[in-house]
Ligand binder design. Structure first.
Ligand code: NAD
Length: 268
């Protein structure tokens, strides 16, 4: 049985019904948290995940909301507090890509990616901070008053041609995370980021589903394998737990060495 690092805590995972979010929701439930699985128009997938978690003896429920819509986010938080009484962990994970060369990128595609990936994390983190400050502290469950994990990407530091909106959103997430961490550290709210490399999920299917695509991708990964959603989920459970209580304002790279400049492996 997994160690119950998050026993008795309530966690919200946005974009929780697929890919990395799904693995985090599953792992946090296995670690003893009650998990609110946020989805946007993915009720069936979310319901299936909730069923899987309940069958494994965990606790979870689904909540629908578009993370880029302020009123909907406020309603989602109210729903979670009505059900659980409190929130201890936010994993701001929902995200998307709308790729185009720079000269062809529409304003709509630029805005959509910034709205979901960056503003969506702002709205959820703001609602979480307000809730952490309003609720009673339970030090026997968690030394921190609350924990926020912002799902970033190696593209918070690696420029990415053809994906300027995405890289800008993740660079923004990184400095939002650090600035917020600085602002709320004295309240003992911990805010950290996870910066995954290439993880096998629907968002990047074309990069790994053919042998040629995978071979090309592996040239960028010194550790020699693509990441699995569970690699990120284990890091998320640890970052949300008291095991990492002295860590705030940090980006944890879960990338098999992708940020180690593999082009310089052979003397550059
Ligand atoms: P995914 O497409 O499976 O997951 C993204 C989830 O976000 C989906 O469930 C989607 O429905 C949800 N979502 C999108 N827009 C939303 C909105 N407006 N409101 C609520 N939910 C919304 O892909 P994933 O790889 O699991 O992505 C999860 C996060 O990890 C994203 O932030 C992504 O940028 C980040 N990431 C992924 C990788 C990778 O290699 N897969 C690498 C680095 C970072």
């Amino acid at each position: 049985m997994a160690t119950m690092l998050l026993k008795g805590q309530t966690a919200l995972v946005t974009g929780g019904s697929s890919g990395i979010g799904r693995a985090i929701a599953t792992a946090m439930a296995a670690a003893g948290a009650t998990v609110a699985v946020n989805h946007r128009a993915g009720a069936e997938r979310a319901a299936k995940l909730v069923d899987d978690i309940l069958s494994a003896g965990g606790s979870a429920f689904a909540v629908e909301a578009d993370v880029s819509d302020e009123a909907t986010i406020e309603r989602m938080f109210e729903e979670i507090i009505t059900r659980c009484g409190r929130l201890d962990i936010l994993v701001a994970n929902a995200g998307l890509q709308m790729d185009a060369s720079f000269q062809a990128m529409s304003l709509a595609d630029w805005r959509k990616v910034i709205d979901v990936n960056l503003t969506g994390q702002f709205l959820c983190a703001r609602a979480a901070v307000r809730q952490f400050l309003a609720q009673e502290e339970l030090p026997h469950l968690s030394r921190a008053r609350g924990k926020i994990i912002c799902m970033s990407s190696v593209h918070e530091v690696i420029p990415w041609a053809g994906h300027v909106n995405y890289a800008a959103s993740k660079g923004g997430v990184m400095l939002m995370m650090k600035s917020l961490a600085q602002e709320v550290a004295r309240e003992r709210i911990r805010v950290n980021g996870i910066a995954p490399g290439a993880i096998r999920t629907p968002i990047n299917r074309e990069a790994w589903e053919t042998p040629e695509g995978l071979e090309k991708l592996l040239r960028l990964i010194p550790y020699g394998r693509i990441g699995e959603p569970e690699d990120v989920a284990k890091a998320a459970v640890w970052l949300a737990s008291d095991e990492s209580d002295y860590i705030t304002g940090t980006s944890l790279f879960v990338d098999g060495g992708m940020t180690l400049y593999p082009g310089f492996e052979d003397n550059g």
